[in-house]
Every structure is written in structure tokens, then in C-alpha cells.
Design a binder for this molecule. Structure first.
Ligand code: SF4
Length: 890
């Protein structure tokens, strides 16, 4: 058997190492015990990677105007189309919209084509949507986009502050590392700052549920407190910072004490004081932040208000100390390194600096160089809508689901002259509007590098053959460049050659003036590149082992050589709740899905965790809005609507609602969270306000609810509301309708499809109860079933799925199917908790009750749940806590 290939996970910014081995079936996937990001761990998503690489739904051949064509025709069509628009309207009329899923080498050539050959900077990326505020904050404070710390800091810190980060679900392996360190050093403290009570809060020593958008007030208050408490590092501040007096003045004026902070944030002043005291007396503190901070119209200020507290105390760049941006995507950092954002140049150089533009143009030998910042993501789609940008090439992303005001983005693409999409998936909301589709390699087939949140460059290696005519993104881009007449600038025959140029550019005219420098990785042979071990930049010379921490020596990259403390006055969010839209909508990720589900939906175990789109709100707000948990509700904002089922999990504060970001038009009739989101952006970073959109909740009355399980996905155009849940052995469709069909049997037969003469069609109708059930059985195999009821009291989906997976069903199953419930005790196992071992809630609750279990470790020992990736441990903890409260009540 072939040796496993060392590669990296393609999902979050933790950048875990993966051992992948191709087999005749699904590839074998394990965590790489030698990779310093994860030391062998993988979360539920990483563990399920093997389920996601099938060829089903892949885009395998180039297509122009819906017709399959050869590569040469497709490439010529794109090149000619772009060249024509540039000729007629100038270079600002074309754009690239790329992705943190691309490898660094792909990003490098895309950026080079746009900025050095087309001569405009209209290349932006979906990373704009998740971490550009961190970039802007870093550049302001440090003089460069520098993450000072490393993952080890999260293990050696005495206090970890997680701000706007559901780390347990969104960076699960890092969370496991923190949990393990906390177990070994119980004195370690964890503070979570988040308007939601997320699973991460289950293990927090202190949770501050601040009102959305009030982070700056909290950290300004902390800054003022630190100064008054004498926690200021006088020597460091005097010698190594500028602007501290102004920053402090603004902080003391706006948020002088815990009472003022409590008034602004809505958190009890005692809890605020506890946090301030803890921070002040703990030298080893890491403040890790993520989308809850970045995705805001004041995102840059939020980042700087956090950094200010670390600069005032001199706690930066030393073991266990520093602000820490946790990036969302696997290669958001790599994209930043090559300048794949509209306001950056390659190798951390600046578009606004003449000497930088000269260095890059001379190095590339390019005919031109962009001289001004290009259009950032939201502006870009607005420019398409306005007809100023007439040709767009979208790579490895699905903006019609992920952008704010996503309906307007769709309208923009509908009117765009030329839409080119490179993707590995054939059917997405965005590919549906493409004039040209280019089949790109998927994870497992790609080779290149990625950089994770701690600046660690790792190889992503191919272990599968590219299927059909799929090609690497860098190849597609360089071929288009060639057909546009720029072949001399794009002579690469491999990803290694591109990486070499990237490494050399980082060193060009860089006499210690720029922090990003990977000269030590220049000149690698193909073999050396292939063997490249994970390494943290900068590294200046061959053979160096990289740099674990930065800035601890007091060296910053501003012209003054010092760090800048930025005054951050709290600002009210751009759109406040009002009578028509009284709630604040927050959007975000769930544990087992990734972005728009194009890949994770292929894994039944991932889909099962939270299979339907939902709206979460406080139970009292639900009551006052006239809706109940389990009902369908409509979320409306000024920009769009979503219809989903209501949950009242207790995670959401009064006045807020939460909608997950993952569902697209492929998986649900009306659940694209992006369509709801306010398109206002941070003025500096251009990052949109995904966490603060005024919204309204209304009942979504329906006449009937239904669920249908079939072997094929159904065409549901005449159903009012639907969600598609792909499974191992069947497709599940959650349904609801406003109109009852005149004849249920005829409707059911049409919906479930003809199953042939030999099929048994069994049905049951109770008109007074509003209940209808239909079952198609061929031979002894269930091929389709439909359950309808006036209320959402339908059969347990887990049981139905289990019956569906049987090769033949028993007479008792037939009876049960028609009765609409499992016959016999304990048949409803409840929702899935542990994806790795398929352990459901009922089994965990039973084990806790029967064996008096009181820790996740005991649950793992008995049921294995939580013993692999650990992503479900917060949920197990919650079940343990619920059981404790129940026993206390009895
Ligand atoms: Fe992949 Fe999970 Fe690691 Fe993130 S934490 S890189 S999703 S395995």
C-alpha cells in the first residue's frame, strides 16, 4: 500500500497537517502527528475529508455558454473577452474575485496578472469578508500585516481572552489545544467575550455577553483601567510606542470606569471589573479574536482597541503574550503575503508607496503596475451592478451566497457582460450565472503552499489524480495570461517555480525594511519544495528554522520603528434597530459545515449535526414576536429575507437573532444569510457588517409541514418552503406548503416519482387530523416516503434515515412506516452529537443517567464520543450540566 501523503486541511485557518492515502474507495484521512499546528488532531470537518472528494457534482470540463468545449477554446474566450473589455473601457472595467481557498501560488499569479499586466488593482478576495479588519489594524499598529504570536502562546498563557470567536466550533483544534493546556494547568483562565453564549463559553471561567458592536467600549475601558491600575509598562511604552497619550485620553474620556463600560456593553459592572482585574494582574495574556471583531463597520477600531491594551502593558511577542488574529480560511494569510487584496501589493508592499511599486514592477519586468487601490469586495459588486466593471473572473468562491446584500450581488452578475467562474463544483448559486466555467482541481488534487494563522507556511500536496480536464488554478490563470499576450511574464511549469519567484520577490530590495521575507525559501529545487517542512516566516537564509514570535524585541515596522497606539472612539453601529426592525441579526458558522456547503454537504456525518437552516433567538423575544421554537419564521431586513425554523437554545441574548451562513439556493428555498446582511463596510478595511443588521421576525404561516425521503433529489418548485438534506443512503427534503393539494395521493405519487409497476405504494390519510403518509417500496426496499401534518410533529428523521439505509425492510418496518413512528422502545436516538463515532444525544443522556457520569472524559471512555476530534466536547459538557440541573430539581 502506498505511503500516506502529508498535506494540509482545506478548511479553517488553524492549518492542520493531514495524512491522506488514496484507496479504491474513500481516501484514508488522519491527522499528521508531526505537523506543529495540530500534532495529529483533526476536528470533525478535517476527519470527514475523505467523504468529500467523490466526483459527484464535480465540474470536469470547460464550458462556454453552457456547452462543453476544449481548454483552448475556453481560455481564448476568456482572454479575448477580457482583452476586448480592456480595449473598449480600460483596465478598470475588468476584475478578479478570488478566495482564501486558493493556494499561495494561485494567488500570486492572479495578483501579478491583474496588477502588473492588466494594470489595475481590481483583484479582491472573499478574505475581505472575514479578516481584512485585522490586516488594517495590524498595519496601523505595527507598520505591517504581522501576527506576532504562535499557537504555543495559547498553551503557555495564564489568561486567554477570546473575543468574537466561537473557537470550539470555528477553530476546533486550537480550542482542543487550549483545553488540554487548561487541564494541565488548571490555574489558566479563559474569558470569552461574545454576545452569544456559544459552545466555547461552556468551558470559560468568565463570559461577558456584551451588546453587539460594543467591543471598543470594553477595551477602551480596559485600557483606562490598566493605566490607573499601574499595569502600564513605562519603559516599553516610552521607547517603543507612539500615540499612547492620545489613545489613553480617548479611552478615559469615552469609557472611564466599569460603570461606563457596563452602561455601554450591557454587562454587569462586577463582571467587567473581574475581567479588568484579571487582565491587569496577569502578565501572560493572549487576546485571540476572530470574525466577531473583524466583521464590523468599526472592525479596524476594534482590532486596534485590543492591540492598544497589549501595547500599553508591553505584552506582545513574548511567550504567552499578545493579540492574536485567528484567520477564518486556510490561506487567508498566504493571500495577504502575495498582495491578493485590492489595496495591497505583493510581498507586503504598498500600492501607495512609489518605491514599492517600482520594486515590484522592476522585479516582474511587467509592462505596467497598478497605481491606486482597486475595488474592495462590496464596492466591486456594486461597480458591476452599475456597469463600470464589465468582466469578472470569480475563482473558488460562491459570492452570491457569501456577500452581504447577496440579492444585489446576484442582480449585478445577471447584468454583467462576461462572468467567468473557476470552480471544482458544477452547481452553485454563482456557477449558475457564469458565461464561462473553468474546471479547477479540488483539494487532494492541488499542490502548493498555504499559510496558517501563526504565519506557518505548509505544503498542500496532491494525493489524487485530477479527474476529467480539471487543472490547477495557477495553470488556468497563466494560460489566460498567455492568450492575452503576456506569456513572457508567466513562464511557470510548476507551482514550485511560482513559489520560488514569490520567495525572491519578498527579498527584493528588502534590506530589513519589510518584515515579510522568505528569502530562505528561495532557490529550492522541485524536490526540496516537495519536501518542504512547515515553517514560520520570516526566514532570511537557507537552513533557518523560521521565526516563532515577532515584535517581542520592540522592533516595529512603522517609519518611526515604534508601534502606534491608535485612538479608538466608540462609534454607534451604522444601522441601529428601530421599530420596523427591532432585532440585531448576527450571522456565523456552525460546527460541521464549511462556507456554502459545496464540499461538507457530501459528508452525511457532517450534515447530520445541524441539518437544517435555523434562526436562533431568545425565548422571551420569540413569545413577544408570536412565534415558537419549531415554527417556521421569516427574518426580514432592509436587504432581504430568509425563512427557517426557529430555535430558542438559550445562546442568544434578548434583542438579538442568529442565522448560520452556510445554506445556499442549492440546499434551501430561502436561507441565504448573505441576502439579509447590511452591505455597510468598515471605512478603512472594507470589511462588511455581518454581525449587526437590524432585522424583524415574523411568523411564516403554512398549511402543512412535511418530510420526504427519496433516492434522488426532488424538484420542489411547487413547494412553498424546502430544505435539502443530503444523506448517506437518501435525500431528505424538509417541506412546508401554504396550499393543500386537492388530492394528496396524486400529489405524493408525482412528487416521489414513478417507482415502476412493481412498486408498492402504501398510503394513509386522516383528513380531520390533517395527516397524510405515503410509502413507496420496491421489492423489499424503501425507495421513497412522504409524511405530512398540519403541525411540525413529523416522524423522527434519524429513524426514517435508518430504515432507508436497510437493504430490505421487515413487515414490522412496513407497519411502522405507515404508522409514522418507530415501533418499540428507544427507537428515537435523538440528534447526532459526535460525528466521528456517530453517537447520538439519547445514548449520551442514557449513559450519564445510568452510570452517573460527570465529565466528558468519562463519557468518552464509555461511548467514545468526544475522544477523536473533540469538537463535540462542549455539547457533551452541556448535556452533563443539563443532567446535573435536572437532578438538582428532582
Ligand atoms: Fe481543518 Fe479542523 Fe484543523 Fe481547521 S481545526 S484546519 S477545519 S482539521
Amino acid at each position: 500500500m502506498a505511503a500516506p501523503v502529508k498535506t494540509t486541511c482545506p478548511y479553517c485557518g488553524v492549518g492542520c497537517g493531514v495524512l491522506a492515502r488514496a484507496t479504491s474507495g474513500a481516501p484514508e484521512i488522519h491527522g499528521d502527528p508531526e505537523h506543529p499546528a495540530n500534532f495529529g488532531r483533526l476536528c470533525s470537518k478535517g476527519s470527514a475529508l475523505g467523504d468529500t472528494v467523490s466526483l459527484e457534482g464535480r465540474l470536469l470540463f470547460p464550458r462556454v455558454a453552457g456547452q462543453q468545449v476544449d481548454w483552448e477554446s475556453a481560455l481564448r474566450h476568456v482572454a479575448d473577452g477580457f482583452a476586448r473589455v480592456i480595449r473598449e473601457h480600460g483596465p478598470q472595467a475588468v476584475a478578479l474575485y478570488v478566495s482564501g481557498q486558493l493556494l499561495t501560488e494561485d494567488y500570486y499569479v492572479a495578483n501579478k496578472l491583474m496588477k502588473g499586466y492588466i494594470g489595475a488593482a481590481n483583484i479582491d478576495t472573499n478574505s475581505r469578508l472575514c479578516m481584512s479588519s485585522a490586516v488594517a489594524g495590524h498595519k496601523l499598529a505595527f507598520g505591517g500585516d504581522i501576527v506576532p504570536g504562535c499557537y504555543e502562546d495559547l498553551e503557555v498563557a495564564d489568561l486567554i481572552v477570546l473575543v468574537g470567536s466561537n473557537t470550539a466550533w470555528c477553530h476546533p483544534v486550537l480550542y482542543q489545544r487550549i483545553m488540554q493546556a487548561k487541564e494541565q494547568r488548571p490555574q489558566m483562565r479563559l474569558v470569552v467575550i461574545d454576545p452569544r453564549r456559544t459552545p466555547t463559553c461552556e468551558t470559560a471561567d468568565l463570559h461577558l455577553p456584551i451588546k453587539p458592536g460594543t467591543d471598543v467600549a470594553l477595551f477602551n475601558g480596559l485600557l483606562a483601567y490598566l493605566y490607573r491600575a499601574g499595569a502600564l509598562d513605562t519603559e516599553f511604552v516610552a521607547a517603543r510606542t507612539t500615540g499612547w497619550r492620545e489613545a489613553l485620553e480617548v479611552a478615559m474620556y469615552s469609557c472611564p470606569d466599569a460603570e461606563a463600560v457596563a452602561a455601554a456593553t450591557g454587562v454587569d459592572p462586577d463582571r467587567i471589573n473581574d475581567f479588568f482585574e484579571l487582565f491587569a494582574r496577569t502578565p501572560r495574556v493572549v487576546t485571540a479574536f476572530s470574525q466577531g471583531v473583524n466583521q464590523s463597520s468599526a472592525g479596524t477600531d476594534k482590532v486596534n482597541s485590543i492591540i492598544n491594551c497589549h501595547l500599553l502593558t508591553g505584552r506582545i511577542g513574548r511567550p504567552g503574550m499578545g493579540p492574536f488574529s485567528l484567520t477564518g480560511q486556510p490561506n487567508a494569510m498566504g493571500g495577504r503575503e502575495v498582495g491578493g487584496l485590492a489595496n495591497m501589493l505583493a510581498a507586503h508592499m504598498s500600492l501607495e508607496v512609489d518605491s514599492h511599486r517600482r520594486i515590484v514592477q522592476d522585479f516582474w519586468g511587467s509592462p505596467t503596475i497598478a497605481s491606486q487601490a482597486g475595488l474592495k469586495a462590496v464596492e466591486l459588486f456594486e461597480a458591476i451592478h452599475a456597469g463600470r466593471v464589465k468582466a469578472i473572473w470569480i475563482m473558488a468562491t460562491n459570492p452570491l451566497v457569501s456577500l452581504p446584500d447577496a440579492d444585489r450581488a446576484r442582480a449585478a452578475l445577471e447584468r454583467c457582460e462576461l462572468v467567468v467562474v473557476s470552480d471544482c463544483i458544477a452547481q452553485t448559486d454563482t456557477t449558475a450565472l457564469a458565461h464561462v466555467l473553468l474546471p479547477a482541481c479540488a483539494w487532494g488534487e492541488k499542490s502548493g503552499t498555504v499559510t496558517n494563522s501563526e504565519r506557518r507556511i505548509s505544503r498542500q500536496r496532491a494525493f489524487l489524480q485530477a479527474p476529467g480536464e480539471a487543472r490547477p488554478d495557477w495553470w488556468i490563470i497563466t494560460q489566460v495570461a498567455k492568450y492575452m499576450g503576456f506569456g513572457a511574464g508567466f513562464p511557470y511549469s510548476s507551482a514550485a517555480a511560482i513559489f520560488d519567484e514569490h520567495a525572491r520577490l519578498s527579498a527584493a530590495s528588502n534590506e530589513g525594511t519589510r518584515c515579510f521575507n522568505i528569502a530562505g525559501l528561495a532557490g529550492l529545487t522541485e524536490e526540496e519544495y516537495d519536501r518542504l517542512e512547515p515553517v514560520q516566516w520570516p526566514l532570511h537564509h537557507r537552513g533557518e528554522s523560521g521565526t516563532q514570535r515577532l515584535l517581542g524585541d520592540g522592533r516595529f515596522w512603522n517609519p518611526s520603528g515604534a508601534a502606534r497606539m491608535v485612538p479608538t472612539a466608540p462609534r454607534a453601529p451604522v444601522n441601529a434597530p428601530c421599530e420596523d426592525f427591532p432585532f440585531i441579526l448576527n450571522t456565523g458558522r456552525i460546527r460541521d459545515q464549511w462556507h456554502t456547503m459545496t464540499r461538507t454537504s457530501r459528508s452525511a456525518r457532517l450534515v447530520e449535526h445541524l441539518p437544517e437552516p435555523f434562526v436562533d433567538m431568545h425565548a422571551q423575544d420569540a413569545l413577544l414576536s408570536g412565534v415558537r421554537a419549531g415554527d417556521l419564521v421569516r427574518v426580514t431586513t432592509k436587504w432581504g429575507t430568509v425563512v427557517a425554523r426557529l430555535r430558542t437554545t438559550g445562546e442568544i441574548s434578548r434583542g438579538c437573532v442568529f442565522v448560520p451562513i452556510h445554506w445556499s439556493g442549492v440546499f434551501a428555498s430561502e436561507a441565504r444569510a448573505g441576502s439579509l446582511v447590511n452591505p455597510v463596510v468598515d471605512p478603512l478595511s472594507g470589511e462588511p457588517e455581518f454581525k449587526h443588521t437590524p432585522a424583524r421576525i415574523d411568523p411564516f404561516p403554512v398549511e402543512w409541514h412535511g418530510v420526504a425521503l427519496t433516492r434522488q433529489a426532488l424538484d420542489l418548485c411547487d413547494v412553498t418552503w424546502w430544505t435539502l438534506v443530503p444523506g448517506r443512503s437518501c435525500f431528505r427534503h424538509e417541506l412546508a406548503g401554504r396550499k393543500r393539494p386537492a388530492n394528496w395521493e396524486a400529489w405524493a405519487r408525482k412528487l416521489l416519482g414513478a417507482a415502476g409497476e412493481e412498486a408498492d405504494f402504501l398510503d394513509y390519510y386522516d383528513e380531520s387530523a390533517g395527516v397524510y403518509r405515503a410509502v413507496y417500496i420496491v421489492g423489499e426496499r424503501l425507495t421513497g416516503c412522504l409524511y405530512v401534518s398540519r403541525r411540525p410533529d413529523l416522524p423522527a428523521r434519524d429513524w426514517l434515515t435508518e430504515v432507508f439505509s436497510k437493504y430490505w425492510i421487515t413487515p414490522q418496518d412496513r407497519m411502522a412506516l405507515l404508522a409514522g413512528r418507530a415501533l418499540g422502545a428507544g427507537a428515537d436516538a435523538g440528534p447526532l452529537v459526535c460525528s466521528c463515532f456517530g453517537v447520538r444525544r439519547a445514548a449520551i443522556e442514557k449513559a450519564i443517567a445510568e452510570h452517573g457520569l460527570d465529565s466528558p472524559r468519562q463519557v468518552s471512555e464509555r461511548l467514545r464520543a468526544g475522544s477523536n476530534c473533540g469538537s463535540c466536547i462542549p455539547e457533551i459538557r452541556k448535556l452533563l450540566a443539563d443532567s446535573k440541573s435536572l437532578s438538582a430539581c428532582i
